[in-house]
Ligand binder design. Structure first.
Ligand code: GLP
Length: 241
């Protein structure tokens, strides 16, 4: 595991974008695991700048979102399908037909999860997975006690996650209770991982993930088992290391 500690959130976005840009420069048809949330926004901004400057292109790259809420329409501004379209596909110039998000509206969610997992395999697996981290140490929506062997499936959101994400919804009751998420096993299958975190509110989760024991109680500690994991944090998120 490589840990980069940088002065500011903007530095984190730039450095992590550099890791992804290197993969895409080497393999324009790379399969990229896409995270939502506030943490990776700086990555997408810096990658968009590189696209605008003609340094890289994503038109041949494939994308698989990490997770999706269950039960809100795809057109909802906070559905991960909307966020990926708005913050990633459009500014980076992905071909929308090459980007998938789990179908949180499927009538058979188990089947949708299995099909999503199969689609990742059929694409040859994920070359590089972008990750944020929850204040409770979750990655994707793999809440504490998730199995390290889990693949894409339905999960119940932890109360803390629903409270953390309430800021994106009009009322706390509107925050969905369930999701589809790539599993910890799916994430560990990716050939490279890059996790970003900024701010003091992530400091405990980062310390537990990086320096604590590998434990299902801290899903992000699974990164300690991966051969090519890079963690990029600002000084505030690194303050308890
Ligand atoms: C969200 C997402 C995660 C994300 C995490 C942290 O709910 N499912 O993929 O990494 O929680 O979010 P943020 O980056 O907004 O702090």
């Amino acid at each position: 595991m490589e840990i980069l500690i940088l002065p500011t959130p903007a530095d984190v976005g730039r450095a992590a974008a550099g890791v992804i840009a290197a993969v895409v420069a080497n393999r324009p048809e790379a399969v990229i695991g896409l995270a939502t949330g506030s943490s990776p926004q700086g990555i997408y901004r810096d990658l968009a700048r590189r696209v605008d400057a003609g340094e890289i292109a994503f038109e041949r790259a494939r994308g698989f979102a990490l997770d999706e809420y269950v039960g809100i329409p795809q057109e909802h501004p906070q559905s991960y399908a909307s966020i990926i379209a708005r913050d990633v596909v459009e500014p980076l110039g992905f071909d929308p037909s090459l980007v998938q998000v789990p179908d949180g509206r499927a009538s058979d969610l188990d089947l949708a999860a299995r099909q999503y997992q199969a689609a990742i395999l059929a694409a040859g697996g994920i070359d590089i997975q972008i990750l944020g981290i929850g204040t409770n140490g979750h990655i994707g929506f793999n809440e504490p006690t998730s199995s390290f062997a889990s693949r894409t499936r339905i999960k119940t959101l932890a109360l803390r996650t629903r409270e953390d994400n309430a800021r994106f919804f009009a009322t706390p009751d509107e925050v969905p209770t369930h999701c589809l998420t790539q599993g910890l096993g799916t994430i560990l299958d990716a050939r490279a991982l890059v996790l970003v975190a900024q701010g003091e509110q992530k400091a405990d989760a980062i310390a537990a993930a990086v320096e604590g024991p590998v434990s299902a109680f801290v899903p992000a500690s699974a990164l300690q088992l991966h051969e090519h994991a890079t963690i990029v944090v600002d000084e505030a998120a690194a303050s308890r290391l």
